[in-house]
Write a protein that binds this ligand. Structure first.
Ligand code: ADP
Ligand code: MG
Length: 598
């Protein structure tokens, strides 16, 4: 199936869902309409969680608190201050956004399990706050919240509210969909690859996560505003941690991997909850507790049998029927290329490392190493396994902090600089252990490389105002894919490539950054002979274009034919430096490393 076909099918699905949703109030009873209103509001919160948790990898057990902040904000402003609900909307979103920003700044740097744990902490405390502030009506809450009015038309009737809720849900889905196919969206999808991956393309993982966190909170805030003006009454309990867990359950049950999972999950959880509330009281007097048990069981079953949620199951099924994904080029109308960097004059110094030292506890992995690289050169860094080559690369790209020494890149002293800033100066790298996003397409993986050359943020992307720049990015990514010979497979998933080819894909990503210096850690490992020759040709061509290259490589034959100069390391120290023929003839090198191979 090709792209057009698949898009057509998806559009048909969406049109059918929209048509059914539009007809519901005409035919359904008021109970169904109210249930669908709740589902819409739940879906809005779950949508934020799909982005935050499913795509971005940060689990939040406190999302209901943001719903509550917005609901209470608009409730307070409209009841005690007599303001319009539309001012209430602005106030609610502002307060939710600022709270998320503050909480995010305090907690998002926490690693591992500490972040989800902290979400429970603030989720609990914010819900507690609602019940203890006099101005917010303590445990009785705030009532008589006005209904919404649009152009004189009252939305007091749930059937009228229904349309507003579902239009907002639809717009939020569209916004999220646009976002995921954009520069900030790729950075968000890259979050699970780790901070080092993002820093290597000049992005700040903390900032990306923070903006994502605020975005998800704003979705919850929108839901809270709708909730307050639909129910016309707020009290603390719908915003406690139990509610947060329910929202998370929606996202997980529907499928964290896909936006539609939020809708499906909200429907599943709320329909089930309603069903249980009807059935359980007939069986026992402790219905409330049993409901919690039923949900816990559902959660555990999901984690065992359907981690991808309902949408995941559905997708697996449709994919099996549709066969493998199509693999085509990105072919759109030609646009202006992204601006290029001015490369330094051939022969001028690009990189200079002086007395670099790296200690890991008692182990000195790099011991007082100095060397230089000039513009337009290919310099090879070789040495036996464990000699400290990768560590040296991590030092000079500022991926790891140095214990001592200096690094100069162009006219900057970069030792101690954040890695992303160094990347932005034009130092692009690949990794010995590949850092690609396996579930992103080849095109998207390479496009991530152009992050630092472009600017669009979440708002612009979500509103689709980034399209001119986005076309430039994708065109650049396709150009780099063509360069490495993978141009015809742009829409395949990176994870489907053999490991050797994934390394080459990392080179394309590095090239998309328009680098001055390209640092490659064992790019030829795992390649077949022909592929190695193609790689050699590519690197020579890059040198002709004025790109400077520093390369670690084990295949001596490959490296000797390629490089202008070699630096040999052994046991963390520099052994010798020189042109390939001299290094090949050097007795120390032969003794230490090359032995009889050369
Ligand atoms: P090479 O790339 O030349 O094979 P590395 O730079 O990967 O060598 O490793 C050099 C030495 O430093 C090895 O002894 C390795 O075990 C050690 N080393 C590398 N990274 C770390 C780390 N993060 N923590 C502790 N030791 C490390
Ligand atoms: Mg290594």
């Amino acid at each position: 199936m090709n792209d057009n076909n698949r898009n057509g099918k998806r559009m048909a699905w969406i049109a059918a869902v929209v048509a059914v949703l539009a007809l519901v109030p005409a035919v359904a009873g008021s109970f169904t309409v109210s249930l669908l209103n709740d589902i819409g509001i739940g879906a809005l919160v779950a949508l934020g969680l799909v982005l935050l948790t499913g795509v971005g990898g940060a689990t939040s057990f406190g999302q209901a608190a943001f719903v509550g902040i917005a609901a209470y904000a608009t409730a307070w402003l409209t009841t005690t201050q007599g303001m319009s609900p539309w001012i209430g909307l602005l106030f609610a979103l502002l307060l939710t956004g600022l709270s998320a920003l503050a909480i995010g700044m305090l907690t998002l740097r926490l690693g591992g399990h500490f972040l989800p744990l902290s979400t429970i902490a603030w989720g609990l405390s914010i819900a507690m706050l609602f019940g203890n502030v006099d101005a917010l009506g303590r445990h009785t809450g705030l009532s008589n919240i006005p209904a919404l009015r649009i152009a004189g038309w009252s939305l007091a009737d749930p059937r009228a509210m229904y349309y507003l809720i579902w239009v907002v849900v639809g717009l939020a889905c569209l916004f999220s969909h646009n976002l995921l196919q954009s520069r900030p969206g790729r950075a968000i999808r890259g979050l699970r690859g780790g901070a080092t991956l993002l820093a290597s393309v000049g992005a700040d993982a903390y900032r990306v996560r923070l903006t994502l966190f605020v975005t998800a909170a704003l979705f919850a805030g929108l839901a809270g505003w709708l909730y307050a003006h639909m129910n016309r009454f707020v009290s603390p309990s719908p915003f406690d941690v139990r509610a947060s867990i329910e929202y998370l359950l929606m996202a997980v049950a529907g499928g964290l991997g896909q936006l539609a999972g939020a809708l499906v999950g909200a429907a599943l959880v709320l329909v089930l909850k309603n069903g249980l509330q009807d059935v359980l009281p007939m069986l026992t007097q402790r219905a409330g507790q049993l409901e919690a048990v039923a949900f816990a069981t559902l959660f555990i079953l999901l984690l065992h049998f359907a981690r991808g949620g309902l949408m995941g199951l559905l997708r697996r099924w449709t994919r099996r029927r549709a066969g493998a994904q199509g693999a085509s080029r990105y072919d759109a109308a030609v646009v202006d290329p992204l601006p290029h960097r001015q490369l330094p004059q051939r022969g001028t110094q690009v990189l200079s490392v002086k007395g670099a030292v790296k200690r890991f506890g008692g182990l000195v992995a790099v011991n007082d190493v100095s060397f230089e690289v000039n513009a337009g050169e290919i310099v090879g860094l070789i040495g036996p396994n464990g000699a400290g080559k990768s560590t040296m690369f991590n030092l000079l790209t500022c991926t790891l902090p140095m214990s001592a020494g200096q690094v100069r890149f162009l006219e900057h002293d970069i030792a101690g600089m954040p890695q992303r800033q160094v990347a932005r100066l034009g130092l692009a790298r690949t990794f010995q252990h590949v850092k690609l996003r396996p579930h992103m397409s080849l095109l998207d993986n390479v496009a991530l490389g152009a992050h630092s050359r472009t600017r669009s943020g979440i708002l612009k992307a979500g509103l689709r105002l980034d399209r001119a720049e986005e076309k430039q990015i994708l065109q650049e990514a396709q150009r780099q894919l063509d360069r490495i010979g993978l141009g015809d497979r742009a829409h395949e998933l990176a994870g489907s490539l053999p490991l050797g080819t994934q390394r080459i894909l990392e080179i394309a990503r590095a090239l998309a950054a328009d680098p001055v210096l390209l640092v490659l850690d064992e790019p030829a490992a795992g390649l077949r002979r022909k592929e190695k020759m193609a790689l050699g040709d590519l690197l020579r061509k890059l040198r002709e274009e004025g790109v400077t290259i520093l390369i670690v490589e084990h295949d001596m034959d490959f490296v000797m034919k390629l490089v202008d100069r070699l630096v040999v390391m052994n046991f963390g120290s520099k052994l010798v430096e020189g042109v390939p023929s001299a290094v090949r003839a050097d007795e120390r090198v032969q003794a230490a490393y090359l032995g009889s191979v050369v």
